[in-house]
Each structure stands twice: as C-alpha cells, then as structure tokens.
Design a protein around this ligand. Structure first.
Ligand SMILES: NC(=O)c1ccc[n+]([C@@H]2O[C@H](COP(=O)([O-])OP(=O)(O)OC[C@H]3O[C@@H](n4cnc5c(N)ncnc54)[C@H](OP(=O)(O)O)[C@@H]3O)[C@@H](O)[C@H]2O)c1
Length: 378
C-alpha cells in the first residue's frame, strides 16, 4: 500500500515533504504504527552483576534533523559480538551502558530531515555496520562508529541515523532477511571476494555453521566455488551439504580435521579460508591451505593469538588478511552480488521484540545454524 501511494506521487512528478507523506501513509495503511506516538520502545544495555542485561525503555520519539533519516525498524539480527558485548567479554573501557544493542537491522524510512537526498519516505533500508565508513580504507574515526557499540544500535522501534549510513535492501529480500546482512554477510563477502579474489572452482573452507560461515557457504556456492565446512554437529553438516557444501567434517569427532579437509580436496588443499576460530583453528587451517592460498582472519571463538608457523606462510606463498566487516561501498557491492544471484540468507529462528532476551539465550546455547532474527512490530 505504501509503495503504491509513493508511486502515485512520483507519477504526478512531485515529492511530498517527508512528515506529510509519513502521515498520509499512516492514514492510508491503517494503524500499523503510531506515527503520532510521542514515545517509542527500545532496549538499552543496563549494567548487571555480570556484564549487561537488556532493559526495555520507553523513550521520546526521535526526530530527523538535518541530513538525518527516521527509520521504523522491522527486524534486527544477532551476531556473536552482541553476545560478547552483553557478557562484557571485551575491553572494560568499551562501556556500552545505556546504548541500544545490535548492529544489524532493517526497516522503512518514515521521515527525512532537511537536506536529505539519498532516501525518501517508504524506502526499504538496512543500516551499515560502521556509520562513518563509507568507502576506501577505514580510519580511526570510521572504526569508532560501530553500531550497537560506540554508536547506537537497532533494537528499537524507531532509530534516527545519518542518511549516509544506510543502504537500500535488495528487492527480493524481506526485512528479516535484510537484517542479517550488515555484519556477518559483509564480513564473509569481503573475506572471500575483496580480499581473497575468489575464483570459480576454488576450494573454500568454512569453520562451523554460525552467521559468518553460513554466509561464506552460500556465497561460495553461488560463485561456483567448492565450499567445505566443519561443524560439531552431524545434523548441521547434512544441512550444509544440501546448501552446496562439497565436503563436510565434524571437527569435534575429528580433532585433526585439517587432514580430512585436505583429503577431500584430493590433496590440493583449500584456496580460501574464513577463519572464525582463531587460536585453535588458525594453525590447522594453515595446514589445510593450498599453495598460494588465502586466509581471512575474522574471529576468535577459541580465543585470539596463536603459535602460527609463520615460515609455512612464506613457503606456501600464502596471503593472510585481517577483515573487520567493511564499508558502505563494500555493502553495496555485496548487495549487487546478492541481487544477481537471488541469494537468500539462512535464518534459523525468529523472535518477537518482546522476547529479545530469548534470542540472546538461544545464541548462547549454540544450537542454531546461520542467523537469529528479532522482529519488531509484526
Ligand atoms: N572481524 C569481523 O569483522 C567479524 C565479523 C563478524 C564476526 N566476527 C567474529 O567471528 C566469529 C564468528 O562470528 P559469528 O557471528 O559467525 O558467530 P556465531 O554465529 O555465533 O557462530 C557460532 C558457531 O561457530 C562454530 N564454532 C564455535 N567454536 C568453533 C571452533 N573452535 N571451531 C570451529 N567452529 C566453531 C559453531 O558451529 P557448529 O555449531 O556448527 O559447531 C558455533 O555454533 C566470532 O569470533 C566473531 O566475533 C568477526
């Protein structure tokens, strides 16, 4: 309905003022969301005995100032980082008390401030991970603008953000699907394509079946590469096979999984690795690496730091690169790939806004595959 109204305005060759259009949409679309409400609900991190807890707050409805956009958030997704944040696993200096959790979210533009040119009311958008990393290499300032950490997150009925910190949602994706993209998907995409220069037919190693690795599997299969994946669960591995994995290894029942991975490539080794395990997985991933292979350093699920045999990196002419999500420019390139290949993210389970804590508990349980989503206002 809202799109129809907007198309009608475009057909007439006029662009209604944001607030008026939002009001019109509210009237035409019915009582979907109280545009007139003076308050909104949002979660904030509140200090708790150990780490933080989620506190649901009623706060004044934000307004779209110059260059800024008001987004009604429809869905958010969790990343391991959000759990780490909640458990205060990071540097104690990284104080997020009072901040809005979750870097990832998608929704619709409901108002635009003066001077906004990139978006109009009704546009479907996703926030970028670093609000101020637009293009090119990162800067200290850009990396200090991480949503759900130094910058406000998405677990809120409405957020206000600069128009530069949003991208359009690929048309074939729902809000729930689009909400999984900003952190895990972009990290996998940058690791494989931008840093790794992934080629058709290459062997790609994904460790575990969490958010980053599931996207790595989906992207590698779509690109005509040959993904191999490890997991602690045979059920998850069977599912990964159906998603295009050409090789599967249970890393729990096979502590020397790297030898099996190499065997599965006929002795060639893997050309690309998304290393999410860190301390325990990185040396093994290197043993499974092909000559001239590439390892993207992404995570530390088993801890950071390792006795990495640097001489091996040299002998096999390997490339090792650090990846910290990516820029808006990278996000737009990824979205073009997602649209071209009609890619759909793997969503394990969805929770309602009122049950946000259960979503965090479910992530903590480790029994999921792919992404966990929290829907807002549905
Ligand atoms: N650098 C960046 O920009 C960036 C971006 C995103 C994430 N990260 C980091 O990357 C890591 C993964 O993040 P995520 O959000 O994808 O996590 P996640 O969704 O929580 O993934 C958890 C899954 O990883 C697997 N796993 C856990 N320990 C493992 C190990 N020792 N070896 C192999 N697999 C293991 C398990 O899969 P199974 O259940 O199948 O065994 C587990 O279910 C985290 O450390 C996160 O902080 C970094």
């Amino acid at each position: 309905m809202s799109k129809r109204v907007l198309s009608c305005w475009r057909f007439l060759g006029v662009r209604p003022a944001g607030e008026f259009c939002a009001l019109l949409l509210a009237v035409v679309a019915g009582p979907a969301f109280g545009q007139e409400d003076e308050t909104i609900r949002q979660y904030q991190f509140e200090p708790a005995a150990s780490g933080y807890r989620l506190a649901l707050k009623e706060v004044p409805r934000p307004e779209a100032g110059a260059g800024r956009v008001l987004v009604r958030v429809r869905a958010t997704s969790l990343n391991r980082r959000d759990l780490n944040m909640m458990n205060r696993d990071y540097d104690p200096e990284y104080n997020v008390a009072g901040g809005i959790p979750l870097s990832d979210g998608a929704g619709e533009v409901i108002a635009v401030g003066p001077g906004v040119t990139r978006f109009e009311v009704g546009d479907r958008v996703t926030g970028i991970f670093f609000e101020r990393w637009i293009a090119g290499p990162p800067s200290a300032d850009a990396l200090a603008s991480d949503r759900g950490g130094n910058a406000g997150g998405m677990l809120s009925e409405v957020v206000v953000t600069h128009e530069n910190s949003l991208v359009r949602i690929p048309e074939h994706l729902s809000y729930e699907e689009a909400a999984t993209l900003p952190c895990a998907a972009l990290t996998a995409w940058v690791g494989l394509f931008k840093r790794g220069g992934l080629q058709r037919g290459q062997y790609v190693l994904l460790e575990g079946t969490g958010g980053v690795s599931a996207f790595g599997l989906i992207f590698a299969a779509a690109a005509g590469a040959r993904p191999l994946i490890t997991s602690s669960s045979d059920e998850k591995l069977k599912r990964a096979e159906k998603m295009g994995a050409v090789g599967i290894v249970n890393y729990r029942s096979n502590p020397d999984w790297q030898s099996l991975v190499r065997e599965l490539t006929g002795g060639h080794g893997v050309d690309q690795v998304l290393d999410i395990g860190g301390r325990d997985t990185l040396p093994k991933a290197l043993e499974a690496l092909a000559y001239g292979g590439h390892i993207a350093l992404i995570g530390g699920l088993s801890g950071y730091g390792s006795d990495l045999p640097t001489d091996s990196i040299m002998w096999i002419n390997a490339t090792v690169s650090g990846v910290y999500v990516g820029s808006r420019e990278d996000f737009e390139a990824m979205n073009a790939f997602i649209s071209e290949h009609r890619i759909r993210p793997l969503i394990d389970r969805q929770f309602d806004f009122e049950h946000a804590q259960e979503a965090f508990d479910y992530m903590q349980s480790g029994s999921f595959m792919g992404k966990i989503v929290i829907r807002i206002g549905v």
